[in-house]
Write a protein that binds this ligand. Structure first.
Ligand code: AMP
Length: 444
């Protein structure tokens, strides 16, 4: 049998490492700069948590979850478990279960890790992918919404994205939202027969979701739909205006998008997506919003919250589409080669000393000729080779060869460390000229 990866999953190969390293380190550094702390929740939880927290009516819960019955005790059937299809529900569960309400509020928490959804695989749509997720729990201040928006914007800006514009809307609260939903339903009902079948269904069960429909038949009827901003109560309206005023104060562009409600049931007030240059609506970079009712829904005390999630694979794909290069990774610059078994023993000690001193170094494998070892040194991109031959063993020295210039010198072992560190900055990044332009710019 030939084993293959499961449809919709992917192997992240070493070629992609510079992207992954850059994006994940940027995300973490930024989250800390904004005062967020990391929380890592399990990759699977009780199915009921997601059914409740994400909403039975959503695509995620109704058709995309990886759910199974666990083994119970003594051969009995166990509980129903699910691989997390998003972070928020699990983070809220952890907030309640760990008594975070008694810590200083709000709690600013971020997470990074794999997410699982049984979606139809296509470009940029996987069944296992990774998200960066951030939540501010325990504050209804519009400045919390602003913090999430600013974090999102700063992340994409610092990664090199241009022309970023927020699409933003308010979905109201449990007091004003139902009034809007009723008005929307009333507006859409006369067109019910003309809507796409899935939207006809939604019109009955969750009319709000018809608004962000992508169905061709439905679209013509949405342009005349009432706007939720016209139905907001004073509290929601004031909240929305404040969020927008903070964005304006720091010159972050936004467009009010009356059709933006997002698929998940638990959103209240602010909802947003970030759109970037060259991307259609299909490929919104990321999205998020406020979910003041969620913790209560999951059994906690009423607690407001706001958050966002972005897909790491999507970020990387968009970087590649737009030709944004990550900085080159530091790779070992020193290759230790040896003539025979006695020299190999010295080489083993030498490579250990170099690494302990913080110098990236490789050692030759396979007991091959020096010529073959030099080829390996070239292939691995090392700039210097340290060669131990007969004479070097006798004189306790080593040949230091500059592979680029084909020059070499004999160096006493005792002086080697100084030589190596003087020759190249092997502790940190690769030489300046090898860095892509954007990274070199930033380094200035
Ligand atoms: P959502 O939780 O659906 O709002 O998704 C948040 C972000 O996760 C999206 O903006 C995408 O960047 C990413 N994402 C969602 N679904 C997928 C998927 N199937 N494959 C890859 N990335 C995804």
């Amino acid at each position: 049998m030939k084993y293959q990866r499961i449809k919709g999953t992917q192997d992240i190969l070493p070629e992609a490492e510079p992207y992954w390293a850059h994006v994940t380190s940027t995300v973490q550094a930024l989250a800390r700069r904004f005062g967020f702390e990391q929380i890592s929740t399990p990759m699977f939880e009780n199915t009921a948590l997601f059914a409740r927290g994400v909403g039975e009516d959503t695509d995620i819960v109704s058709k995309e979850m990886y759910t199974w019955l666990d083994r119970g005790k003594d051969g009995e059937q166990g509980e129903s478990l699910t691989l997390r299809p998003e972070f928020t529900a699990g983070v809220m569960r952890a907030y309640i279960e760990n008594g975070f309400a008694s810590r200083p509020q709000p709690q600013k928490l971020y997470s990074v890790g794999p997410i699982f959804r049984r979606e139809k695989p296509q470009k940029g749509r996987y069944r296992q992918f990774h998200q960066f997720n951030a939540e501010i729990i325990g504050s209804d201040d519009p400045v919390a919404d602003f913090e999430i928006l600013l974090l999102t914007h700063t992340l994409y800006r610092e990664l090199g994205f241009k022309n970023l514009v927020f699409q933003i809307n308010s979905t109201g609260d449990p007091e004003c939202k139902p009034r809007y939903v009723a008005a929307l339903k009333q507006y859409l009902l006369p067109y019910a027969d003309k809507l796409a079948p899935t939207d006809r269904d939604r019109l009955e069960r969750n009319p709000l979701r018809v608004l962000d429909s992508k169905e061709r038949e439905t679209l013509p009827y949405l342009s005349g739909a009432p706007h939720i901003v016209d139905y907001l109560n004073d509290d929601c309206k004031k909240h929305f205006d404040e969020v927008l005023s903070y964005l304006s104060a720091v010159d972050i562009p936004y467009q009010i998008n009356h059709r933006l409600v997002r698929g998940l049931d638990y959103y209240t007030k602010t909802v947003f997506e970030l759109w970037g240059e060259g991307l259609g609506a299909q490929a919104a970079l990321c999205g998020g919003g406020r979910y003041d009712g969620l913790i209560e829904l999951l059994g906690g005390a009423p607690t407001p919250g706001v958050g966002f999630a972005t897909g790491i694979e999507r970020i990387i794909m968009s970087m590649q589409d737009q030709g944004i290069e990550p900085p080159a990774l530091a790779r070992p610059q020193v290759f230790v080669a040896y003539l025979n078994e006695a020299a190999k023993l010295v080489a083993v000690k030498l490579v250990t000393d170099l690494r302990n001193a913080g110098v990236g170094a490789r050692i030759a494998f396979g007991g091959r000729s020096l010529k073959a070892q030099m080829k390996d040194a070239d292939r691995t991109g090392c700039r210097f080779a340290l060669i131990i031959g007969e004479d070097e063993l006798k004189t306790n020295s080593v040949i230091l060869r500059d592979l680029g210039k084909s020059e070499q010198a004999s160096v006493p072992m005792a002086d080697l460390q100084t030589w190596v560190t003087n020759l190249i900055d092997v502790r940190t990044t690769p030489p300046q000229e090898e860095q892509p332009e954007s990274a070199a710019e930033e380094a200035k």
